[in-house]
Ligand binder design. Structure first.
Ligand SMILES: Cc1cc2nc3c(=O)[nH]c(=O)nc-3n(C[C@H](O)[C@H](O)[C@H](O)COP(=O)(O)OP(=O)(O)OC[C@H]3O[C@@H](n4cnc5c(N)ncnc54)[C@H](O)[C@@H]3O)c2cc1C
Length: 393
């Protein structure tokens, strides 16, 4: 099973890597999707030395239109990001076309007691940073069904909130995505059958004609009863390929006799999966579901590192991913000020700062927002040891 994500869009409005000054960045942002760019906008406007490193392949790149974003409904997702990069130019924030291959805490961090990171790019170039925002999005497990690539992002998608309205009242299909043999899905994530049943039920909000093709995913009796209650039919025959006409889905080809079941749109119940390598390298704590443990600002368990957008939460739409970046940026700006206050010119802890006086100290945040919002996660986080994924079970 691989993800048929389209190749990266051409890197327009990016700065060349060679043009970057060799300096200690106050914040390096890995990923220039909505989350990373909005974080950069807020930090740039706060006059921080910030740079965005982006490999240019946001998850929704194959979609011609983006929906559910107030004031930008129907805009091309790539156009939104192009506008974002242009806005950053005005604040002197560079967005560089670059793929980050690793991140590490530097020895300087240990020496000074403050977080410092080294970011290594494909090609070997290195950047240094005081704070790190991980905004590299997530992966979506999609099946290798012939024809899916052709219609993905248009008449095939995964999210009804993004693309349900456009196909309202049309004949819809749900495609189950069973786990790849040998790679069990993380504990705490809904299984393949449950995902397919959930999507089938959900889609009845948009159309009365929904047909689920589990395609090997096992839907339990509860799932079947819920589908039946909503008038959703289930076709157990294996999916052979998609019938595509003039770039649009026309049907689902199933079974040995390759019957074409006419359908106008397909929703794929694939499993979201985190790009977790950097955070694992840094020793971050993860939830049993495989997602990083973050607080409400995106702060991870590693001092100085935030995770925002779908790097931290697969539920994000574009607008909420952008919002999570903005919030993290404001907290990072304050955190950098706390670092200055807490460090005298001799390099030792000074008197101006105090653990309980900083605006975003745990004590003050609890006072501002109430203890409840800072309750620990219901499931115990785990620290992931290499090899990756070992602690998910
Ligand atoms: C087909 C489809 C359609 C969708 N339609 C909608 C919609 O209509 N409305 C909506 O609200 N949401 C939609 N979504 C969801 C939307 O894609 C996400 O909410 C959004 O992309 C999350 O933003 P992000 O910034 O967290 O991650 P992304 O947008 O995925 O951005 C992550 C960025 O990080 C970069 N990156 C990754 N790894 C590295 C690395 N190692 N080094 C440097 N850069 C890296 C990537 O290239 C990418 O540019 C859709 C999703 C899909 C799959």
């Amino acid at each position: 099973m691989t993800s048929p994500i389209a190749p990266p869009p051409p890197p327009t409005s990016y700065r060349p890597l060679q043009a970057l000054p060799d300096q200690l960045w106050e914040c390096v942002i890995v990923g220039g999707g909505a989350a990373g760019l909005n974080a950069a906008l807020v930090l740039g406007r706060a006059r921080r030395r910030v740079v965005v490193l982006d490999s240019g392949s946001p998850l929704n790149a194959p979609a011609p239109h983006m929906h559910g974003f107030l004031s930008r409904d129907g805009t091309s997702p790539l156009e939104l990001l192009r506008i974002g990069r242009a806005e950053l130019e005005a604040y002197g924030v560079p967005v560089v076309a670059a793929h980050v291959s690793s991140v590490s805490k530097t020895s300087l961090a240990e020496a000074a007691g403050n977080p410092h990171f080294e970011i290594t790019l494909e090609g070997g170039q290195r950047l240094r940073a005081q704070r790190l925002i991980v905004a590299h999005g997530m992966r979506l497990q999609l099946p290798e069904v012939p024809g899916l690539q052709e219609v993905w992002g248009d008449t095939a998608a995964n999210c009804p909130y993004c693309h349900g309205w456009e196909v309202r009242d049309r004949p819809l299909a749900v495609l189950g995505v069973p786990a790849t043999p040998g790679t069990p899905e993380p504990a705490g994530m809904p299984g393949a059958g449950m995902r397919a049943a959930h999507l089938g039920v959900l889609l009845t909000q948009w159309s009365p004609d929904v047909l689920v093709f589990p395609n090997g995913a096992e839907i339990d009796s509860v799932g079947m009863a819920r589908l039946e209650a909503r008038g959703v039919r289930v076709d157990p025959r294996p999916v052979v390929r998609l019938e595509v006409e003039q770039g649009k889905l026309a049907g689902i080809v199933v079974g040995r006799d390759e019957e074409v079941v006419p359908r106008e749109a397909l929703f794929v119940a694939g499993a979201p999966a985190p790009h977790d390598a950097f955070l694992a390298e840094l020793g971050a704590a993860f939830l049993p579901s495989g997602w990083p443990e973050v607080d409400f600002t995106g702060k991870t368990s590693v001092p100085g590192v935030w995770a925002v957008g779908q790097a931290a939460d697969p539920m994000h739409l574009v607008i909420s991913a952008a919002a999570s970046g903005a919030r993290a940026a404001a907290v990072i700006n304050a955190d950098l000020l706390e670092e200055v206050l807490n460090t005298s010119h001799t390099g030792h802890a000074g008197h101006a700062g105090h653990a309980d006086h900083g605006t975003f100290s745990p004590a003050n945040v609890a006072r501002l927002l109430g203890e409840q919002r800072h309750a620990p996660p219901r499931t115990a986080p785990t620290r992931r040891d290499p090899p990756r994924g070992g602690s998910r079970a």
